[in-house]
Write a protein that binds this ligand. Structure first.
Ligand code: UD1
Ligand code: UDP
Length: 379
């Protein structure tokens, strides 16, 4: 029996961990003992706790409660907390997801103790190192022993960085195993989509038509500059008014805090538009319901742009580039960064896009069990 320490902390990781944790319980419980550590990077009820019951994730064995802070301070607290657990619990391998500060801290702590790191969602690159996530991804991939890429693009990025994908001989940090396995988020969307229903919060606001746009915004480059954030809100309000369509906006706390501190009047004017429903972050099942039933997704989230594709919806991605290049190549996702006329034009044209085919580029819904199989084979 191997002890695997799963490190989670931010919302998308908690959701991704649900898929692999389920695969361990269903098929690998005699080989793998999962120990869960929550760094506390996200801590609001609706950013963390809500997911555990709903997604059948075991409660964390360790809770670091690091909270918010600057990158250095937050990552440092995580590093020392994770190191302590790695030593105390006799951990054989550490499992991390994605590209947040929790991912980086987990990978660094384990690699320095010569404990193999398993990175799920390896190889993704925006080629924009001003994003904290890009630094986290690169550092984590190069400290990992098993790397699982969700897409061929990610797999090719790793090859281009010098990783061998032969997977021969003894797998180690100096001879890592690199696999293209599909996306655990796709596993989740398939599994939970049957359970998604219109639940309490979605009923708490009244949609007057069955057409609506789902909006999420949280990236630093869209929120840190308050003038830019206000311009995005203005373009969204234009979309609601001009196209006479309602918007559902589960607002990330980062974005809400920024607006309340810097421009509460602007926020209040936006949120009081009768066509715009600004709500608290929703649970994953509520989110899936919104994604399945909306007409268009507007987002800067990595996960939400992919889920738009899973549920065959057009999306506008408020970024200059994306790691999920397949979505843009397909045409259902369009990048839009410049606010004003340009963004408004993309909103309107995207609303009327129709696609018959959404090729399966994110695997077959079984990425999680493949990951468990490779962990048991190679570590
Ligand atoms: C983090 C990740 C980002 C990911 C996002 C998912 C990093 C560097 N960034 O960004 O990659 O896309 O999570 O949502 O790891 N806050 C609260 N309550 C919470 C959590 C955050 O109020 O429960 C507020 C705090 O003001 C905090 C701010 O949000 O300072 C930012 O939180 P943080 O975790 O640092 O970064 P995110 O923007 O959430
Ligand atoms: N999500 C959710 N509730 C929300 C917003 C997002 O459950 O109110 C889910 C979403 O369905 C996806 C994940 O959170 O699975 C994406 O996380 P986020 O946008 O915070 O981060 P990113 O993917 O950009 O790192």
């Amino acid at each position: 029996m191997k002890n695997i320490l799963t490190v989670i902390g931010a919302r998308p990781q908690i959701i991704k961990a649900a898929a692999v944790s389920r695969a361990i319980r269903e098929g690998f419980s005699t080989e793998l003992n999962e120990v869960i550590l929550h760094t506390g990077q996200h801590y609001d009820e609706k950013m963390s706790n809500v997911f555990f019951n709903e997604l059948e994730i075991p409660r964390p064995d360790h809770q670091l409660d690091v909270g918010s802070g600057s990158h250095g301070a937050q990552t440092a607290k995580m590093l020392s907390g994770i190191e302590e657990v790695l030593l105390k619990d006799k951990i054989d391998a550490l499992l991390v997801y994605g590209d947040t500060n929790s991912t980086l801290a987990g990978a660094l702590a384990a690699a320095k103790l010569h404990i193999p790191v398993v990175h799920v969602e390896a190889g993704l690159r925006s080629f924009n190192k001003s994003m904290p996530e890009e630094i986290n991804r690169i550092a984590c991939d190069h400290a990992s022993t098993l790397l699982f890429s969700p897409t061929t693009t990610g797999f090719d990025n790793l090859k281009n960085e010098g990783f061998s994908t032969k997977n021969e001989g003894v797998i180690s940090i100096d001879n890592p195993g690199v696999f293209h396995c599909g996306d655990v988020m796709y596993d989740n969307s398939l599994y939970f989509s049957k359970k998604a229903s219109r639940t309490i919060q979605a009923d708490a606001f009244q949609l007057t038509t069955d057409k609506f746009v789902l909006v999420t915004i949280h990236r630093p480059y869209n929120t840190d500059d308050i003038d830019r954030l206000k311009a995005i809100l203005d373009d969204l309000a234009w979309l609601a008014n001009e196209e006479e369509i309602e918007l559902v906006v589960p607002l990330h706390p980062r974005t809400k805090n920024r607006l309340m501190q810097e421009s509460a009047d602007h926020y209040n004017a936006f949120a009081s538009n009768p066509r715009i429903h600004v709500i608290e972050p929703v649970s994953f099942l509520e989110m899936i319901w919104l994604e399945k039933n909306c007409s268009l997704v507007v987002t800067d989230s990595g996960g939400v742009q992919k889920e738009a594709y899973f549920f065959k919806k057009p999306s506008v991605v408020i970024r200059t580039e994306t790691e999920w290049t397949e979505l843009v190549a397909h045409g259902s996702a369009e990048l839009s960064f410049e606010t004003g006329e340009a963004m408004r034009r993309v909103f309107s044209t995207s609303l009327n896009k129709k696609f018959n085919e959404f090729p399966q580029v994110f695997g077959d819904g079984k990425a999680s069990s493949f990951i468990c199989e490779m962990i048991t084979t190679h570590l």
